[in-house]
Design a protein around this ligand. Structure first.
Ligand code: PLP
Length: 356
């Protein structure tokens, strides 16, 4: 990214040679993103966040949907989808929230019976950001094709951690993000199926082939592209490493700390996320105390961490406010080590002893 902050500072929309170099860098990144998800470069629209990509996708559907004004989504989606849905529901769009099973997986039977002819789009995330639980997106995609309904999938947590290949799955709109795969924050992409209706969210210049007005953030896009390339090149090593660490973390916490339990266990999950309940403990307290040891965990999604509302994801899975308020999310990466996990265990035990 560095040269594009200082030396290659051209605006990718400019016709002069500085602009051209910036534009070439963006096109290289577009190829890297396209390769990660198995699409053509023309299908990739860069955005400034995954939130923007999610809003763009759902907005594009509603703009083209005519009388079909119904969105189906799940109770465990990220707020980038749920808050958008509650906003449009105040302006005449009907939104149905499909429940999840106790495992955290979408209730496919409920989805199937909610798919009425006035449904414009189904928005189901690939993997959940708080529990790592993977949804059966292949089955959702198939159902949407059968019922002739558009499918939007928030794949922010899946891309780079699972094989995401749109050559074998028909997903009309797919959202990906830079900072979940070690790219920079503030960059994402919306992947469009060539037949999917499209209307921009942001009108302005001719950028992104008329699909997203606004000067592109060249360094961020370059970083995102490189992050995709590395995620592909190191895929198996990273997954293997994270799985071993995750098993160590879960086995040690569950066997050595009484009153702990796994949220979303027993169903496929992405390899970096563990969500663990601490019976009778307030997750906010644990998050704050662990932070004193420079161990950064969370009690919900980062976007909600300033609020005291317990996790809507765990609430939807368990129906229990208590369980939602005692859930802690641990995220690992290929950069963590066994020693990190062991240090976490040591600190957790000290903290729990201290707070009694
Ligand atoms: N969707 C999911 C599943 C996420 O985990 C996140 C971020 O945490 C987002 C969307 C929003 O991403 P951004 O903050 O880049 O808009």
């Amino acid at each position: 990214m560095e040269p594009y902050f200082a030396d290659e500072w051209g605006n990718a929309s400019s016709a002069h040679s500085f602009g051209l170099k910036a534009n070439q860098a963006i096109e290289k990144a577009r190829k890297q993103v396209a390769l990660l998800v198995g699409v053509e470069v023309s299908q990739v629209v860069f955005t400034c966040s995954a939130t923007e990509a999610n809003n763009t996708a759902l907005g594009a559907v509603l703009a083209a949907s005519g009388k079909k004004k119904r969105i189906l989504t799940t109770a465990t989606e990220h707020s980038a989808v749920l808050t958008y849905c509650s906003a449009v529901s105040r302006h005449g769009t009907e939104v149905d929230i499909i429940p999840v099973l106790p495992s955290g997986v979408i209730d496919l039977l409920a989805l199937e019976s909610a798919l009425t002819p006035d449904t414009a789009v189904v928005s189901v995330m690939w993997a959940n950001n708080e529990t790592g639980v993977i949804n059966p997106v292949g089955q959702v995609a198939k159902l949407c094709v059968e019922r002739d309904v558009l499918f939007h999938c928030d794949a922010v947590q899946a891309a780079g951690k699972l094989p995401v290949d749109l050559k074998v799955l028909k997903i009309d709109y797919l959202t990906v993000s830079g900072h979940k795969i070690f790219g920079p924050k503030g960059v994402g992409a919306l992947i469009l199926e060539p037949t999917a209706p499209f209307t921009p969210l942001l009108y302005g210049g001719h950028q992104e082939n008329e699909r997203r007005g606004g000067t592109q953030n060249v360094p961020a896009i370059v970083g995102f592209g490189m992050a995709c390339e590395l995620a592909m090149a190191e895929h198996f090593e990273r997954i293997d490493h994270m799985l071993r660490l995750r098993d160590r973390l879960e086995n040690r916490i569950l066997s050595e700390i009484p009153g702990t339990y796994l949220n979303g266990g027993g169903t496929p999950r992405i390899p970096n996320t563990s969500n663990i309940g601490f019976d009778g403990r307030d997750s906010e307290t644990l998050v704050n105390l662990l932070d004193q040891y420079e161990i950064c965990v969370s009690s919900g999604s980062a976007c909600l961490s300033n609020s005291v509302t317990p996790s809507h994801v765990i609430q939807a899975m368990t129906g229990s406010h208590k369980k939602a308020s005692e859930a802690v999310r641990f995220s690992l990466s290929h950069l963590n080590s066994n020693a990190d996990v062991d240090f976490l265990l040591k600190c957790l035990k000290m903290i729990l002893k201290r707070i009694g």
